[in-house]
Design a protein around this ligand. Sequence first.
Ligand SMILES: [Fe+2]
Ligand SMILES: [Fe+2]
Length: 150
Amino acid sequence: MFHAESVRSPEISPLVWRPIYETGIADLDAQHRRLFELVAEVGERARLPGGDRAATFEEIFDRLADYAQFHFDYEEDLLAAADLPQAKRQAHQATHQAFIRQLQDLWRERNGFEHAGETLHRFLAAWLTDHVLEEDLVTGLGRRSGPAAG
Ligand SMILES: [Fe+2]
Ligand SMILES: [Fe+2]
């Protein structure tokens, strides 16, 4: 459904949770929703004027990185308990590690971007939908899991 109040800037499209992201595992879905909220908050702060943005951006970024790490640990425990080929589990784990590395790289390089806030938000929004739809739901976490998924 279209919500006029959620359209704020042509550069930053609001990231909205949709039922298609549901894994059917309550804890996991709650964590994913929290990640969506945190990424949306990055988008909000990216719209603030320069001084205000700099003051709050690091805080939200740290919070997101911490929560993502917590979420990955939780997921990896679920994957370890699931009946999955080891290679599949390790590949999934590798995507988590890659994300944390990318996040650290982006943070380090942020001053080199012309529109750092927007760039970081775009990366996070694309990553999050990918993480849920392309990784979690097809690698043993949730209702679309299994070889036929995709
Ligand atoms: Fe996840
Ligand atoms: Fe994952």
